[in-house]
Ligand binder design. Sequence first.
Ligand code: T4K
Length: 391
Amino acid sequence: MKQILVSQDLAINGAPPAFEQPLHVGRPNIGDREAFQKYVDDIFERRWLSNNGPLVKEFERRVANHHGVQHCVAMCNGTVALEIAIRALGLQGEVIVPSYTFIATAHALHWQAITPVFADIDPATHTLDPDAVRRMITPRTTGIIGVHLWGRAAPVDELQAIANEHSLKLMFDAAHAFGCSCKGKMIGNFGACEVLSFHATKFFNTFEGGAVVTNDDELAEAMRLMRNFGFSGFDNVIHPGTNGKMIEIVAAMGLVNLEAIDSVIETNRRDYEAYHKGLSGLSGISLLQYDEAERNNYQYVVMEVGEGCPVSRDQIIQTLHAENILARKYFWPGCHNMQPYCELFPHAGLLLPNTQKVADRVVVLPTGTAMDEAMVRTVTSVIRVLLESKS
Ligand code: T4K
């Protein structure tokens, strides 16, 4: 790794890039490979590959225990888990969601002919602003989907109070929040249900995968039917359904990666602290903080480029990319600026000033077990040298 001390050391100024191989946000965290191979041999031996097999059942038990919830219904990915949860809750008409989220939150509604109504966020937390939610309620509203963005909980109590007051269903997109807590209570215990994602890029992955966690017995039962075409035993369909099943080899990856969770948190936390140290004191630069009183997975290191910064967010991204550091602008430009929503609701942005502001200033930096402290130091020195050269 090259030393970056002065602006001539930067790739944008003609120097070779800091990294030969690209550094990604979302390099998968992978547990014990031998343990995984052993599971694969057992699966072949059993010849039971899918359909609620023993590993999926074991995986569901372990994930439910980890979050202190009654039920975990494992699915093929987080998006299908969202779709099934939305359908099982009976949402229809309009559902209030943030625009500052991954597109799947909105698409899961639109895919089922439900209108996602975008409410603004609190710029300090990046999660739904309860007052903005109130403003978006109409006679067609049936529910609210809060998103625990970056693994930091949405305002669960305030959203529940609004839901109760207006007889709305409340659920959470907890795709980022595996193993996180809110006011000392594990994610999974809020709203009617919460949806986890186990995509390759997540803190905890099963290659692809997702789940709905809930304490509602009836809801869990309906979702179990829905993910398997509505089958109840041989030849007996008792519910409308789709194919949302998790398969055995995926559950095996989950069981292996569950064992690695503590060490992944340790690594993420180390990176998060190294980023803090490396970026402290830079004008206009701040990092989103995790509340140390809660359980966090520290998967996302979220840098904000504010007004006092001598360079723009996009110049920082461009400079990092030239070094092969593929920092991301998640979740720019906001769902409301993407298809089909930008065409369906061309003026939605007028009510989303904080979403626009935050989407324009965030840079998500690489973390995870593919990074070490020296790599983090190189990333921060690129940003430091760039800013110092312009101030
Ligand atoms: N709700 C929220 C709030 C979400 O963030 C997500 C997913 C969902 C719902 C839906 O859950 P899933 O249906 O996905 O389970 C990624 C992920 O694809 C997506 O799962 C995730 N959120 C989102 C935040 O990030 P992209 O398109 O930005 O990145 P992608 O998948 O190309 O991966 C990013 C980088 O990671 C790649 O450039 C290279 C690296 N990578 C990726 C994969 C897949 C690897 O090194 N190895 C890999 O196997 O969406």
